[in-house]
Design a binder for this molecule. Structure first.
Ligand code: GTP
Ligand code: MG
Length: 286
């Protein structure tokens, strides 16, 4: 049996979480078109007959601006200890530049194999993919470089096999039917946050967090926190329309996760400067 850990590195928004979901064969991490969607380390576990590949999905590399982003970057930094390989994700639709080189300096100095995934190649011209592969190849002494589309699944099987091939002999670290290490309350809070992210823009997505207050057999109650009263008004919406829409979108996924129907009760609260509040961050597990 081969088993081990692979850390997923890359700039915000390159598609790390989408790729982890694709490799794990199910949704373990939430995804959005807003940068800084992932705020904590999330294991995505890919099980096979003779292997267990544990991917550590991570926040994107960033310059910290407050306690939250500081914690996020600390999570990234510590996630590289004791991994068997790094999956370095690049965005084929963006310019490969200084941000990627900054990450390259870090990951290529770890002394473990680095596999580069050039993601989002769906519907790109072959010539453009080839030139992005060339630029990506100059980032460092990589073990392999795979053009993939996490969205369509193109190239994902080959990438997965490549990563499994790098794992040492070892035991199963998680139950064979387990796909993530996140507690179910956190998974639910994340689903709620994802739907809220999708429905908001500008500064609001960054000011959002969610927490499950009560998880009962048929009833889940959760709070969405924002930082200001005006953000709260946006989240509540006219006559409660917005928060209802978030609930409507989140509920089917919460039900799929729990395996039965639930009543999902959402509240919105303003908690000024929660992103700078160490106590609040600790409560949220961030
Ligand atoms: N076209 C295309 N879009 C993709 C692909 N993979 C991810 N995306 C989109 O890219 C955006 C970011 O995806 P995420 O998976 O949240 O990116 P991330 O790197 O985890 O982002 P952070 O957690 O914020 O660092 C979303 O809108 C995805 O739908 C892909 O292969 N092709
Ligand atoms: Mg992510």
């Amino acid at each position: 049996m081969k088993s081990g850990f692979v850390a997923v590195a890359g700039r915000p928004n390159v598609g790390k979480s989408t790729l982890v979901n694709a490799i794990a064969g199910g949704k373990v991490a939430i995804v959005s078109d807003k940068p800084q969607t992932t705020r904590r380390r999330i294991f995505g576990i890919a099980n096979g007959d003779d292997h267990q590949l544990v991917l550590a999905d991570l926040p994107g590399f960033q310059r910290p601006r407050d306690a939250l982003t500081e914690h996020m970057q600390r999570t990234v930094d510590s996630a590289f200890e004791d991994v068997d390989a790094v999956l370095f994700v690049l965005d084929a639709r963006a310019r490969i530049g200084a941000g990627d080189r900054f990450i390259a300096e870090r990951v290529f100095s770890l002394g473990v194999p680095v596999v580069i995934a050039l993601n989002k190649v769906d519907r790109l011209k072959p010539g453009h993919i080839a030139s992005q592969m060339q630029t990506g190849a100059q980032l460092g002494d990589f073990h392999a470089l795979h053009p993939v589309s996490a969205k369509t699944g193109d190239g994902v099987g080959e990438l997965r096999d490549e990563l499994v091939g790098l794992l040492p002999e070892g035991p199963a670290y998680f139950a064979r039917d387990q796909r993530t290490d996140l507690p179910v309350e956190v998974q639910i809070a994340e689903l709620v946050r994802e739907k809220a992210l999708h429905l908001t823009k500008e500064e609001v997505p960054h000011a959002l967090t969610a927490q499950v207050d009560e998880l009962e057999e048929r009833r889940v109650s959760a709070t969405i926190f924002v930082e200001t009263e005006s953000q709260k008004q946006i989240l509540v919406g006219k006559g409660g329309r917005m928060v209802r829409e978030i609930g409507t979108r989140a509920r089917p996924e919460v039900e799929a996760l729990l395996g039965h129907q639930v009543f999902l009760e959402l509240r919105v609260k303003a908690r000024p400067k929660w992103r700078r509040d160490e106590t609040m961050l600790e409560r949220l597990g961030l």
